[in-house]
Design a binder for this molecule. Structure first.
Ligand SMILES: [Zn+2]
Length: 401
């Protein structure tokens, strides 16, 4: 019931290429690192639209600087009518003009997620061929990242086959987010090397050995989680969509905050709802964020090591009590920090091991079928024509926008 209403609200930009309509929809690249306030200024939108946001929303708005591309509907007069700006994989800011002024809301991104398969023979390199033949750079990155742990890429020869089973979120004909590889295979020197994603979201080789170990440590010596990460959830009381792009740890003001892994400080200062915040760049395109600090210790540009004190717990920015908001970003997208933080030992035993073997059998069978049938890879349809929904079109046309 709710989803029908939601759909009507959310599907504002539709694929209606036949409409002739003075206002134009454009897909644009976000200026790297640009704040939302700067964006509002650029379009002469009063900053008061931010006043209605609560603590969580304010943090989401602060994350907009990581956005890559977004949509704008511009009136023939050059005035901004609507903007849809994704923040993370699941939510977007919807800024829109009404006859009473601009409004801002956080709404879910409508997407579909499909399973795709890829089978190809290597001409130059796994990375280069995936980009060229499947046209998905992020898939190439993921594949390389996963297989490099178990395969010596220098032994790869022209004609060696690879296969990938993965899911990809799609919106308006464009892939969004990082593809989710379920299983992959690369054959070199007559040996097949597999990786499988297990139900615990970790990757294992064909022997059930974990491939990528969690490598971050806890950002506080004693942790007490007060709020978990959520990509999005429907708030039953507020009746709207919320997200929490980090994990909150309760701690007294002044408690030392520790770097979760080795890295370089890429931001140290005040930033919107985050208050006094430090961001650290780590290997493999991970960034950690430590918000609401009372005092910053690490300096911009400094190299820090895991466990080093970088600042102290506080209550700055949009915060209702002393706590550490700990965020983790992969390629600019918020992910659950606890996925990367080591709490216990890794390894499959008993039930987990049996479940892994069943999963491995399933995906090995799929990959074998691909080879048997020489199933061609599926490549994206890129949709270039983007229009506006009929209701919004009428609304804007009636006002001569
Ligand atoms: Zn938080």
């Amino acid at each position: 019931m709710r989803s029908i209403g939601l759909r009507r609200v959310v599907v504002l930009l539709l694929l209606l290429s036949t409409i002739t309509f003075a206002a134009k929809v454009k897909r644009l690249a976000w200026v790297n690192g640009m704040s939302f306030k700067t964006y509002l200024q650029k379009h002469n939108v009063p900053k008061t639209v931010l006043d209605e946001l609560d603590e969580d929303d304010a943090l989401i708005v602060s994350d907009v600087e990581n956005c890559r591309s977004y949509y704008e509907l511009i009136a023939s007069t050059g005035v901004l009518l609507q903007a849809l700006i994704p923040v993370g994989e699941e939510l977007q800011l919807h800024l829109y003009k009404t006859h009473r002024g601009y409004k801002l809301e956080v709404i879910p991104i409508e997407y579909q997620e499909d399973t795709y398969i890829a089978l190809l023979k290597i001409d130059s390199s796994p990375y280069g061929d995936i980009v060229k033949k499947i046209k998905n750079r992020r898939l190439a990155n993921e594949f390389t990242r996963l297989l490099k742990h178990s395969v010596n890429f220098r032994t790869i020869k022209k004609g060696d086959p690879l296969a990938i089973v993965y899911t990809q979120k799609m919106r308006l004909g464009q892939p969004i987010g990082v593809p989710n590889i379920k299983a992959a295979m690369l054959e070199t020197a007559g040996k097949k090397h597999y990786v499988f994603k297990h139900t615990d979201h970790k990757y294992y080789d064909e022997n059930g050995k974990v491939l990528i170990k969690k490598y971050m440590r806890r950002p506080l010596n004693h942790i007490r989680i007060t709020s978990k990460f959520t990509k999005r959830r429907f708030h039953p009381v507020l009746k709207r969509w919320k997200a929490h792009h980090g994990t909150d740890f309760g701690a007294k003001r002044g408690t030392p905050i520790l770097a979760a892994a080795d890295g370089k400080v890429i931001f140290a200062g005040r930033k919107g709802g985050y208050g006094k915040v430090i961001k650290i760049q780590h290997k493999d395109n991970y960034v950690t964020l430590y918000a609401h600090q009372s005092r910053l210790k690490a300096k911009l540009g400094e190299y820090v090591s895991a466990g080093q004190v970088i600042g102290y717990v506080g209550n700055t920015g949009r915060s209702t009590g002393a706590h550490l908001h700990f965020g983790l970003y992969k390629n600019g997208r918020a992910i659950d920090p606890m996925q990367m933080v080591k709490f216990s030992t890794d390894g499959l035993t008993g039930k987990g091991k049996r479940a892994f073997i069943a999963r491995k059998r399933k995906y090995t069978k799929i990959i074998d079928e691909l080879f048997k049938n020489q199933t061609p890879s599926q490549v994206w349809n890129t949709v270039n024509d983007i229009g506006v929904s009929p209701e919004m079109k009428n609304y804007y046309q009636n006002r001569g926008w």
